[in-house]
Design a protein around this ligand. Sequence first.
Ligand code: AMP
Length: 249
Amino acid sequence: MKALVAVKRVVDYNVKVRVKADGSDVDIGNVKMSMNPFDEIAVEEAVRLKEAGKVSEIVAVSLGGKKSEETLRTALAMGADRAIHVETDGKLEPLAVAKLLKSIADKEQPQLLLLGKQAIDDDANQTAQMLAALLNASQGTFACKVELVDNEVLVTREIDGGEETVALKLPAVISADLRLNEPRFVKLPNIMAAKKKPLEKFSPSDLGVDIKPLMHVVKVAEPKQRKASVKVSSVAELVEKLKNEAKVI
Ligand code: AMP
């Protein structure tokens, strides 16, 4: 069974991003970039399924500028077998990403499509759902457990106040949540070996997909600064402040 995993290059989760002076976007010049953390979890899950003998080939796909190649090399070092890079410097909205991934899926015919539940830069949480709809495939979002049983995949999903397990027909699109697994630490020999693994390139036009954005960002702003807290010395003082300063009681 073939698994396709989508990996996005995003600003590293440890970086505190700054907004550009003109408020048009966040400034990503000279900041550390990494694989989207939820995509790392998706790759790890595919690799574990391969190690368990349930998946035979893992294809990692990334869409974006030239440097997305680095993200693909990380996926290859984690255990993906080959990579596909759809190279574009254009801004990609989730619908365009879903259309591009669909076109790759049409070529590759994977039975499992693993994505992150959301990209930590746009926080859209849309691509997996749109991809499943475009492919007319089943979808299991926010997965915290994935099991392949016969011709189905059992996905345990994180839902409000608990978990839900659904049985999906294949092909299925699954989006990885935080508790699905803990991604492995990539070792140097694997990084070296990943350099020799195949990486194929396409452009959006090769795939016949129009990536023209359907929206534009009006404004990006920093969150409002919170006022410094004060320490109260007694319950009476707290009640007095809540009543007369915050006016919430
Ligand atoms: P989003 O809907 O933008 O929050 O992204 C959800 C997931 O879609 C991500 O975690 C990735 O697995 C996948 N994805 C989004 N954008 C890209 C991209 N440019 N390249 C590869 N995968 C992507």
